[in-house]
Structures are given as structure tokens and as C-alpha cells.
Design a protein around this ligand. Structure first.
Ligand code: PLP
Length: 445
């Protein structure tokens, strides 16, 4: 079993997170339950912030990529830790603002931002919009003009670096719905276009080469290519890149197939990236840009676990043993989406040795509703509490109400004490927006 500092087996043989006994948490809050360790989230935010401070004289900003896990509490933590955030929808922007997050430290992303989302971003006064389409630049220009000001933007470019990661979550290939390619000249073309707009203030460039990346070299290469592009734009257009945003994508531990990086180890990834930017700036005679990174998964991923109660246990002789849980793809769709792998721990008997190979099945009406396939566990019985590790990122944020299952609540643990940061949904929440139009009601008569 993984023994991150935040995860321990206590004297009762129960799994503990952040000093809280998982069996007690399950009893108090019910299951399924997302549990987040506050200390780990803060530590990760600080590692990135302090590295930027130390290695780059603080000439930049860490943005928490809030698509990984968005709720008011996490924006509050980011604010307290003096970092920025990125948002990718009106909903994330609304949540950040509601949490009192300063708009000037919000970056707005999205490959197809809707008109009303752009208007909301301008109304809020977000620090920067990362533009990803010609029509979007036109819209920002018009809306900024209406408001009698200019809007800072970055352009999303594809430096053409292929990171070693899962193909479905790789976003910087030329065949991508995100960004403009440096290689085929479209990045230069949109740079010229943005510079022609009076109410758009082009500050520089953004790239994000993919997710769950462990190769430092991928980030180094991407940084070098972005700096090369900045040098090219200076030479050709006289454009000075003031800001460079290198995205997120730092990999985390899900299973022992992944590297286990200590929080401080992530600082080394950022250091490598910073060194590449500095070296290229020196080589090409460029000013050091204000540097941004946008880690999401690595900040909250390993900080979170999900607790479930074991229900039916079904053995298909000679084939498989299924351990069914009271959650599934509605709280964690990542296996169903791209066969993401996870490590389960029998939280109620965490001290026991693994005894059998099982598959963890969800309760949705889909055969593909699985959480982990062929994983080792002690003999699980109905009523046991099961934990799935590293579920802090892209679980709650991807949750849905399929089969009208309720999205589980989230609790935050600080020094052994837990409280809600997202309350449980109710059946009433599920039907809140349901209506029966008159013509349908008439049919009853
Ligand atoms: N920035 C952008 C533009 C992204 O698309 C993503 C993830 O898809 C991130 C940051 C965060 O990536 P990660 O959670 O892998 O750090």
C-alpha cells in the first residue's frame, strides 16, 4: 500500500487520512464520500509558489488549474496561499468569485468560450484571457471597447511537443482542438491578428502539453520551443513576449506503475522548466517573461481519496470476482472514460495482507462502470469500507447524476477533524429543475 505521509494505518488497523480514521469518517458522513487532506493541498501550492519565488525571483504566478477540483473552499485555500487560479467556464469563474477570489489573479481558458462567458470574464475584470480562436479575439476586442478599456490576453499555441502520456489527454499535438501550431505557421498568423486589435493587449503565449507527464524533458523542450517562438515573433514582428504560461500536466501516483514524487520533487520539475526558460532567454537575447504554470492534478490529486461501502460480492468461477461499491462512474468516470488505473485499500482492515484478485464494480447500469480491474485486496466483505486513493483530481469535478445517483459530498480534513466543503446532494436537488409542461399534464385527464 502507498504510504504517503497523509495516509497511515492506525492501531485499529483502519486507514487514516490527515489524522482522520476513514471508518469514522464513513460513519459520520456516510459513503460514498470524497475526502481531502488540507495540509497536502497547501503543501503542494507552497512548493510551486516557493520554487517560483526562489528560482525566478518571484517574477511569475502559480495558477491552480481549478478544473481538477472546483468548489468554494479550494479557491479560498488558493487565495490564502497567495497563488492564482485558472478557470475554464462561467461556472468555475462564478464559483471562484463567490469564494472571494481576486479577479485580477484569475486566468480564463477554453477552446470555445461562449459569448456570455467572455462577457462575464470582462465584467469581472479577470487578469487575463487565454484566447484560442479568431472569433474569440474579435469578441474580446468588441467587449473591451464597449467597456472603454483593453483586455490582457495570451494566445494558446502548440509548440509541437509530444509528451509521454495517455493519448486521449494529450493536447499539444498539431491535431488538437486546442491552440495554434507553431510548426505550420498558424500561431504566427493569429499573433499578427491579435496585435492588430486595438482593445486587446497581447501579453504573450500559453501552452499545455498534456497531462499526467513524468518526463522532465517534455517540459524543458516545450519551454525551449515557446521561447524560440517568442524570439521569432520579436524578430519578425517586433513583438516582445511579456508573459509565458507553460500550463500544467505534472504526473501523480495512482498505482505503482507511476512514479512516486514527493511534494518537493515537483519543485524540481518547475526548476527544470525555469532553467530552460532562463537559458533560452540568455541565448536568444530575450527579456525574462513573467512565468506562469498551471498545475491541477498534482495539487489536489493525491490529497484526495474516495470512501465507499462494499455491497454485493460476486464470484464468477474461473473468471473474476466483483466487489461492488455504493459509488461508481457517477463519482469517478475515469475508468469508463479511458481505463484510468487506481489503487484500492480496504480501509476497514488496512493492516491485513492482500488475499485475492478482484475487480471493483460501480452500481450504475453499465458493464463498463468499473473503478479498478484485477487489483489485490484482503478478502472484502459486505459492509467493509473501501478507499480508492489519488481521487482528488478529476473525480468530483467530473461527477454526474447518471441513473440519478446523488453526487457524493466532499469533506476537508485538518489535523484529524473533518467538515463538509461540498454538502450531500438530495433527491430534491435532482428534481429541482424538472417540470411537466401543461400540454403533458393535460394528457393525464
Ligand atoms: N492548463 C490547461 C490549459 C489544461 O488544459 C490543463 C488540464 O487539462 C491544466 C492546466 C491542468 O493540468 P494538470 O491537472 O494535469 O496539471
Amino acid at each position: 500500500m502507498n504510504t504517503r505521509e497523509t495516509l497511515k494505518v492506525n492501531e485499529k488497523g483502519h486507514l487514516e487520512i490527515g489524522g482522520a480514521d476513514c471508518v469514522e469518517l464513513a460513519r459520520e458522513f456516510g459513503t460514498p464520500l470524497y475526502v481531502f487532506d488540507e495540509a497536502y493541498i497547501r503543501r503542494m501550492m507552497r512548493v510551486y509558489r516557493d520554487t517560483l519565488e526562489k528560482e525566478y525571483a518571484g517574477n511569475g504566478l502559480v495558477l491552480y488549474a481549478s478544473k481538477a477540483f472546483s468548489c468554494e473552499a479550494v479557491y479560498r485555500i488558493a487565495r490564502q496561499e497567495r497563488i492564482g487560479v485558472d478557470v475554464v467556464s462561467g461556472g468555475e469563474l462564478y464559483t471562484a468569485l463567490k469564494a472571494g477570489f481576486p479577479a485580477s489573479k484569475i486566468y480564463m481558458h477554453g477552446n470555445n468560450k461562449l459569448d456570455y462567458e467572455l462577457e462575464e470574464a470582462l465584467d469581472a475584470g479577470v487578469g487575463c484571457i487565454v484566447a484560442d480562436a479568431y472569433a474569440e479575439i474579435d469578441k474580446i476586442d468588441r467587449e473591451a471597447k464597449k467597456r472603454g478599456r483593453t483586455q490582457n490576453i495570451l494566445l494558446r499555441i502548440n509548440p509541437g511537443v509530444e509528451a509521454h502520456t495517455h493519448a486521449y489527454i494529450q493536447t499539444a499535438k498539431t491535431d488538437s482542438k486546442f491552440g495554434f501550431s507553431v510548426a505550420d505557421g498558424t500561431a504566427e498568423k493569429i499573433t499578427r491578428y491579435a496585435l492588430s486589435k486595438k482593445h486587446v493587449n497581447l501579453r504573450g503565449f500559453h501552452c499545455h502539453i498534456g497531462s499526467q507527464i513524468f518526463e522532465k524533458q517534455s517540459f524543458v523542450l516545450a519551454a525551449e520551443k515557446c521561447m524560440d517562438f517568442a524570439a521569432e515573433m520579436k524578430e519578425k514582428l517586433g513583438f516582445v513576449t511579456e508573459e509565458l504560461n507553460m500550463g500544467g500536466g505534472f504526473g501523480i501516483w495512482y498505482t505503482d506503475e507511476d512514479k512516486k514524487i514527493s511534494p518537493e520533487g515537483y519543485g524540481e520539475y518547475l526548476e527544470a522548466l525555469i532553467s530552460a526558460v532562463k537559458a533560452r532567454a540568455l541565448e536568444k537575447g530575450l527579456k525574462l517573461p513573467y512565468l506562469l504554470v498551471e498545475p491541477g492534478r498534482s495539487i489536489v490529486g493525491e490529497a484526495g481519496i474516495t470512501l465507499y461501502t462494499v455491497g454485493a460480492v460476486k464470484e464468477i468461477p474461473g473468471v473474476k470476482k466483483y466487489v461492488a461499491i455504493d459509488g461508481g462512474m457517477f463519482d469517478n468516470p475515469r475508468y469508463a472514460l479511458y481505463q484510468a488505473k487506481y489503487t484500492p485499500v480496504l480501509a476497514s482492515r488496512a493492516g491485513e495482507a492482500a488475499a485475492e484478485l478482484v475487480s471493483i464494480a460501480g452500481k450504475c447500469c453499465e458493464s463498463g462502470d468499473l473503478i479498478a480491474v484485477n487489483v489485490l485486496l484482503p478478502k472484502a466483505e459486505t459492509g467493509d469500507i473501501l478507499a480508492i486513493l489519488s481521487t482528488g483530481a478529476y473525480n468530483y469535478s467530473m461527477a454526474m447524476n447518471y441513473n440519478r445517483n446523488l453526487i457524493p459530498p466532499c469533506v476537508l480534513v485538518r489535523e484529524g477533524k473533518a467538515d463538509y466543503i461540498v454538502r450531500p446532494q438530495t433527491y430534491e436537488d435532482l428534481t429541482r429543475n424538472d417540470v411537466v409542461p401543461d400540454f403533458l399534464a393535460q394528457t393525464d385527464k
